[in-house]
Design a protein around this ligand. Sequence first.
Ligand code: PHE
Length: 457
Amino acid sequence: MANLQEKKQREQWGSRLGFVLAASGSAIGLGNLWKFPYMAGENGGGAFVLIYLVLLVIVGFTLMLAELTLGRYTQLNAIGAYKKVREKWAWVGALGVLAGFMILAFYSVVGGWVINYVFKAVTGAFNTTDMGVLGGMFGSMITNPIEPLIFHAIFMALTLGIVIGGVKNGIEKYAKILMPALFIMLLIIMVRSLTLPGAMEGVRFFLAPDFSKITGAVVLAALGQVFFSLSLGMGCMITYGSYISKDEDLLQSSLAVPLLDTGAALIAGLAILPAVFAFGFDPAGGPGLVFITLPAVFSQLPLGGLFGVAFFILVLFAALTSAISLLEVVVAYVVDEWKWTRKKATFIIAGIIFALGVPASLSIGPWSEFHILPGKGVFDTLDFVASQILLPVGGILLSIFLGWVLGMDNAIKEATNDGKLRFPLAGTWSILIKYVAPIAITVVFVKGLLDAFGITF
Ligand code: PHE
């Protein structure tokens, strides 16, 4: 049964466009539209963006190709892939499954906020530029003890429905239309934001790096964001790579997906931060930044109400195509390793992830005084541990595995379709995987953790 399903999925991504859409669907999501702008806002703006771009080049492209290559080489899920090459490495895949589990728990809570905002937009609640009013609206939404849980449940149910129903085929068809639509709407919002009075201050904040803002913790945050946004470090792209046919061009895909993803993040940043400054809001406003600022921009657009509805529906779609990839990684593991049926696995896992999301949601509202790590409640702890610990560690181990266990000769052979494709940067890629990526990630990781917890030498 599981095999049949796998075969079916492998056939689905026969075309390169189909695969690039699916992989970009996983990559582009709340990480770009919600997290990137507020992380940039909290971590010094341009300094964060610059470090993000540097790490994207050193680590992002490099590991994207690494995961896709390992996936296609083994034709297996995250854990199976490690296991097939070297039995003892299976736990690295398991670490990724754990990360996916934790990420989806808080991701679904935010997905719930998005659904809630679709309804708010429908009722015309956005008709103001008053940050006090819009901030109050967001604040009362997330601090309500019950309402966010209902929307979190709806988001999880939608994700579960798609993963069980196997309507991925349909999703890809929609994605061809909806993803470009999302880009176009983001561009319109960006132009409107950039032409607001006072917007240039936001552009400067977002693009001009202030090097005094760079600390180990900021660099680690940017690194975590690269992993999170590209869906790297947890085996998601290994799983997706396993569905690519042997004559596809992995090299092109590993360029296209990160470029599209980064394009989406930068446009989202330029749509949001200029408006933050134009309306006199605080760039370090945190997770509410997008939800509080964009409604004010919509109120400044003709037919803004309608625009807002369409926009949040597209954000929801982008979030769902990421959420299904998170759930898939966990489900694929349980189906393969524990021999559960797909249906049973999906229901039980989605249920447990929903349950973990409940304290995450409450930790933003009624339980905000309760901290797990210093200054961090359940929601922030899940995000921090997954994005800034598990994903980077997963990246270090992945590059060591590819460079030193599987070996770069095998990897390059797979990435070039047995030498049929030209790969002028193969030597550079080898050095990046074997030395630069693992060392760079380790340095950033150790220094960042020490900084984040205030330990100095
Ligand atoms: N990349 C997704 C986003 O930016 C989130 C994600 C992380 C999805 C890890 C899969 C794996 O929204």
